[in-house]
Design a binder for this molecule. Sequence first.
Ligand SMILES: [Zn+2]
Length: 94
Amino acid sequence: MTCEPCTRAQANPLTGWFNLLCLDCCCRLIESTRPSVEQRELAFEAIARMPGAPSRRQIVARLAEQRTGEGMAAKSTPQGLKTPISGNNPMQPR
Ligand SMILES: [Zn+2]
């Protein structure tokens, strides 16, 4: 399920090459625009114009997943976002 740009990005995350039909590529594209909100919106628009591309909702959901997977490396935003993991995490320690 991995496309060529994704494979290359594993070796070199700065390929700047994205397959807009691939959810992972779209995520990388969106992430690469940080911290510019304007750039991010432009990227979302470009993706939305591509027939067959993942929806913004899918991308946002995937990014949220990746972010929670990364743990608390980054300083938490003052939004008080607490993700309920009950029933959603089979690897939950006791
Ligand atoms: Zn990809």
